[in-house]
Design a protein around this ligand. Structure first.
Ligand code: ST9
Ligand code: ZN
Ligand code: ZN
Length: 342
């Protein structure tokens, strides 16, 4: 029989019989039978994404070179800093603490602002970001976790964005409820118009505004305000999934992979207290600390609560945390660091 790869994929069980019947088909049948088993861990590389990341990193090196050699105008540096903060808050205060975890409520002006900031951050639209993140919390460190840290630093950091997802992400992920997002018109507006909004807000405007407003060179603004700012924010975010699932302490629950990682806590605007966060994800501080140390996002939310745009801020009582720390923390009875940290 003439065994083709297509037919053997569907007739996996029949392939060895076919091979026995015709010696010339042996090699093909062996390979295709193995293929048919479909290794769910095989890296099915999405080259479009790989190429985009290669360009992004090349362009960011150019951007950082321009910044370190003092070529942008002062206003461009300040604008980049502002964009970086808005970009980070779109992810931390917006996608993460508001939409993924509902750790506080926000009136429509704040939700609109955060939706625009989250678009600036281009990490997929809110609906998709939240879906992946809720699935990550529900199935942490299993095959259904989109950035399963058990598959190593590179996979959990950025590798997962360059390959097709493990089939479990799709099947088990389908059990996660997203109806609250589907009821939020601001989230659904962003989803609908994302193909236009995202390129405009994340890349075109950051490069265009400095040229028309203060006469910056278009290329400088592109490399600095669009490329370098975006790439740096991506790595800051990705470190939460990689470093803060690998290195650090586990004062709240020693049985899970997320860690308290002070470095990530600082570069990710307060999102590196990740051992605590996985145990108490509804705390709007995403940390047990009662201060703003490295947690610019908590200050951001507190500010908007102060002007009345954010409300119903959820947190966890000290007693409840201490109880959990004693029961499952890696320091056992010795309640960890309260004196220095509170
Ligand atoms: C990016 C995201 O960078 C980073 C998120 C990090 C999260 C960190 C969280 C930590 C806390 C916050 C920290 C903030 C710190 C901030 C500091 C700032 C300084 N559930 O995806 P597809 C189904 S993005 C249920 O195409 P493939 C679904 O039916 C960067 N179902 O899978 C779906 O169809 P549809 C820029 C799911 O084909 C279908 O499967 N963006 C789930 O395997 C196909 O889905 C990129 O690079 C789920 N979770 O492709 C683009 N997932 O959507 C990256 C999927 O129609 N994305 N389904 O409903 C892609 O190109 C592709 O997703 C892929 C996989 C190639 C990676
Ligand atoms: Zn995590
Ligand atoms: Zn989370």
């Amino acid at each position: 029989p003439n065994v083709t790869s297509t037919t053997t994929l569907f007739l996996a069980e029949a392939a060895p019989a076919a091979a026995a019947a015709s010696p010339t088909a042996t090699a093909t049948a062996t390979v295709t039978a193995a293929d048919a088993k479909e290794d769910p861990y095989a890296w099915k590389i999405v080259w479009r994404n790989v190429l985009a990341f290669v360009y992004l990193h090349y362009a960011s090196v150019v951007g950082f070179y321009l910044m370190f050699t003092g070529q942008p105008m002062l206003k461009t540096y300040l604008f980049t800093l502002l964009l970086a903060v808005c970009n980070a808050e779109g992810i931390t205060a917006g996608a993460h603490r508001l939409w993924a975890h509902r750790a506080y409520k926000a009136k429509w002006p704040l939700r609109t602002l955060l939706m625009l900031f989250q678009t600036l951050a281009f990490q997929n639209h809110i609906h998709e970001w939240v879906r992946d993140h809720r699935v990550h919390h529900k199935f942490t460190d299993t095959d259904a976790d989109p950035h399963n840290a058990k598959r190593g630093f590179f996979f959990s950091h950025m590798g997962w964005l360059m390959v097709r997802k493990h089939p479990d992400v799709r099947t088990r992920g389908a059990t996660v409820d997203l109806s609250d997002l589907e009821r939020d018109p601001i989230v659904m507006f962003q989803k609908k118009f994302y193909p236009v909004l995202m390129p405009l807000i994340a890349f075109v405007l950051p490069a265009y505004l400095p040229t028309v407003l203060w006469g910056e060179s278009g290329w400088t603004a592109w490399y600095v305000c669009s490329m370098a700012r975006y790439t740096l924010a991506l790595h800051g975010t990705w470190l939460v999934n990689s470093a803060a699932h690998i290195w650090g302490t586990k004062p709240v629950d020693k049985n899970i992979s997320p860690t308290e990682n002070s470095f990530v806590g600082h570069v990710a605007f307060g999102e590196g207290w990740h051992n605590y966060h996985h145990v108490f994800p509804w705390d709007y501080k995403a940390a047990e600390l009662g201060n703003y140390n490295g947690n610019l996002t908590t200050a951001f939310i507190d500010f908007f609560a102060w002007i009345g745009w954010a409300y119903d801020l959820k947190t966890v009582s000290r007693e409840m945390i201490e109880k959990r720390v004693r029961r499952t923390g890696d320091h056992g009875d010795e309640v960890w660091g309260w004196g220095d940290k509170d």
